[in-house]
Design a protein around this ligand. Structure first.
Ligand code: NAD
Length: 253
């Protein structure tokens, strides 16, 4: 078990990728604080051993709530070692149909400010503990790729990649590593909106394996990246996309 004795906080813990991360970290021996905006959604963890899992309702768009979640987790487990800024939202909408009052800001608040607040709160906690730490941000292949209907999302994820680099540089002297993971298309409630748009089969065929990445496949890469096995990986966004960003839609097959 790679994370025995470690404590971690995961945001977006009630979502598709978040649940897989929480369960994988628990299986790797970590104690985990599961954070999500909805206390009801965190009921999925009601059967977990309270010595291993703490549920915290917090909105990542509010710095005070993120800081309080970090402090609560550190108080409860005695220390915090790993912060996973995973909460995110995405809405598929053509650019020219945007309401400029809402369509850019909401995604920016959750995906960009949420990660910024998580880096800041965890960085301060790790600094106060003087124990080092690891911060892992959930980015996306769309941080570096243009796509239709996801203008605000792609911009927010590009910011996540740069926050990862800048934070890694500035926090390295404190023994804090900062990395990101870039999933491609993962079968979660977020991706299922493409089913409602009638695009599910179309986007599935664009996948190298002709199938979507499963949340637990992402979670296993996350578990590696936050473990000491990845100590020499810092300041980068690691692609876990089935190669999605490297290949055009195949002409054959
Ligand atoms: N599913 C994909 O194909 C895919 C691909 C690349 C990246 N990602 C990223 O992975 C992460 C997880 O996405 P997912 O696919 O599991 O989506 P999901 O919709 O299943 O889960 C997202 C979770 O974030 C929570 N959340 C939303 N706003 C919040 C807030 N303000 N405060 C706290 N929690 C909040 C939601 O309640 C939900 O539980 C996101 O950052 C997403 O951008 C997903």
């Amino acid at each position: 078990m790679r994370l025995q004795g470690k404590t971690a906080l995961v945001t977006g813990a009630a979502g598709g990728i978040g649940q897989a991360i929480v369960n994988t970290l628990l299986a790797e021996g970590a104690q985990v604080a599961a954070v999500d905006v909805s206390a009801d959604a965190l009921a999925v963890y009601s059967q977990q051993d309270p010595e291993q899992l703490l549920r915290i309702a917090a909105d990542v768009t509010q710095y005070q709530q993120v800081e309080e979640a970090v402090r609560s987790a550190a108080r409860y487990f005695g220390r915090l070692d790993i912060m996973i800024n995973n909460a995110g939202i995405g809405v598929a909408k053509p650019l020219l149909e945007h309401d400029p009052a809402t369509d850019f800001d909401r995604i920016t608040q959750v995906n960009q400010h949420g990660v910024y607040f998580g880096i800041l709160a965890a960085g301060r906690q790790f600094s106060a503990q003087a124990s080092g730490g690891v911060i892992l941000n959930t980015s996306s292949v769309y941080a570096q790729m243009a796509a239709e209907m996801t203008f605000s999302y792609n911009v927010s994820k590009a910011a996540v990649d740069m926050m990862t680099k800048c934070a890694a540089l500035e926090l390295a002297p404190l023994g804090i590593r900062v990395c990101a993971i870039a999933p491609g298309r993962v079968d979660t409630p977020m991706l299922r909106q493409y089913e409602a748009l009638g695009l599910w089969d179309h986007i599935r065929k664009e996948q190298m394996r002709q199938t979507f990445t499963q949340p637990d496949e992402i979670a296993r890469v996350v578990a590696f990246l936050v473990s000491d096995d990845a100590n020499c990986i810092n300041g980068v966004t690691v692609s876990a996309s089935d190669g999605f960003e490297n290949f055009k839609y195949p002409l054959l097959g």
